[in-house]
Design a protein around this ligand. Structure first.
Ligand SMILES: NC(=O)c1ccc[n+]([C@@H]2O[C@H](COP(=O)([O-])OP(=O)(O)OC[C@H]3O[C@@H](n4cnc5c(N)ncnc54)[C@H](OP(=O)(O)O)[C@@H]3O)[C@@H](O)[C@H]2O)c1
Length: 278
């Protein structure tokens, strides 16, 4: 496998750390980015193959500076991993507009900011690979408490799917990754923000849901180190997959979604087909 230059967001904690370690173990160079560059350096240590940079993905200026630093140090960027995200959990009506804004800023606009800064480099190279970490909630989200997060991940997927068609002619590949539950820090207080209870109609259902999400922390079955090694494999393929489903639970979710879509089509096929001008 030839040596690649990776730029990874959210590399100071969570699965981003595993991604950096796997890329280094595979012999690649890595620009490891995070809101707190010192933390990124502390966690990853120093090596001639790692450059730690400050990158809050909600800042377009940070993204541009991080890309400049990457090119100054390593001359190119082969793989971008849009990994950083946060989780605003709660009933849609109880999430404030500011919380929705922050969810979308970190998990949808953030990847756009970083990708916008990286694309001129990849277009010049006429090669590159953009990997965006979505979620099972980016495929199907028919359960309570994740409307904001799912909106950001569905948005991420729609954007990535259309972007793929725009940049494939330049030799740039895209991959959407859909992880199930992986044991990271996502469900800790540092990453999960719950809506403040404000509507009595939800009182009965809210408590058990908050307990459910808190109880998942530390119990997730997915091993982020294994997912990280999988990304290395995908990024070495001549034609990387446009989607990679990460976990048996998400395969089940995707299959259920396909079945639901088929049922929905069949339920009204005739009506759907009757909408053109006569
Ligand atoms: N773990 C799972 O079960 C799971 C399942 C499905 C999808 N995912 C997705 O996997 C990705 C990684 O999540 P994780 O599980 O590793 O969560 P995590 O442990 O909470 O890590 C999140 C990372 O994102 C960073 N981050 C948050 N907001 C940021 C911002 N504005 N700018 C830059 N960095 C920011 C955090 O850095 P700070 O230290 O600065 O906060 C942290 O490094 C996310 O896209 C998540 O949605 C995870």
């Amino acid at each position: 496998m030839s040596k690649q230059v990776w730029l990874i967001t959210g590399a100071g904690r969570g699965m981003g750390v595993d991604f950096v370690r796997a890329a280094l173990a595979a012999g690649h160079s890595v620009v490891a980015s995070g809101r707190d560059r010192d933390r990124v350096s502390r966690v990853l240590g120093t090596s001639s193959d790692v450059l730690a940079v400050t990158l809050d993905v909600t800042s377009a200026a940070d993204a541009e500076a991080a890309v400049r630093a990457s090119v100054d140090r390593f001359g190119r960027i082969d793989v971008l991993v849009n990994n950083a995200a946060s989780f605003y959990a709660g009933y849609f009506e109880e999430l404030t507009p500011a919380q929705i804004d922050r969810q979308l800023a970190a998990s949808l606009i953030g990847p756009m900011n970083v990708t916008r800064a990286v694309l001129p480099v990849m277009r010049r190279q006429r090669s590159g690979h953009i990997i965006s970490i979505s979620s099972s909630a980016g495929i199907a989200a028919g359960f309570e408490f994740v409307s904001a997060y799912a909106a950001s991940k569905f948005g991420l997927e729609g954007w990535m799917e259309s972007l793929q068609a725009e940049i494939a002619p330049f030799g740039i590949a895209t991959t959407i990754v859909n992880p199930g539950f992986f044991r990271t820090e996502l469900l800790t207080e540092q990453s999960t923000n719950f809506a403040e209870p404000s509507i009595a109609d939800y009182d009965e259902r809210r408590g058990p849901l908050v307990e459910y999400w808190k109880a998942q922390n530390g119990q997730q079955s997915g091993d982020p180190a294994k997912l990280a090694r999988t990304l290395i494999t995908i990024a070495s393929e001549k034609q990387p997959p446009r989607r990679f489903i990460a976990g048996a639970d998400v395969i089940a979710t995707a299959e259920q979604k396909i079945a639901e879509l088929k049922t929905q089509i069949e339920a009204h096929r005739q009506l759907s087909n009757s909408l053109a001008f006569n």
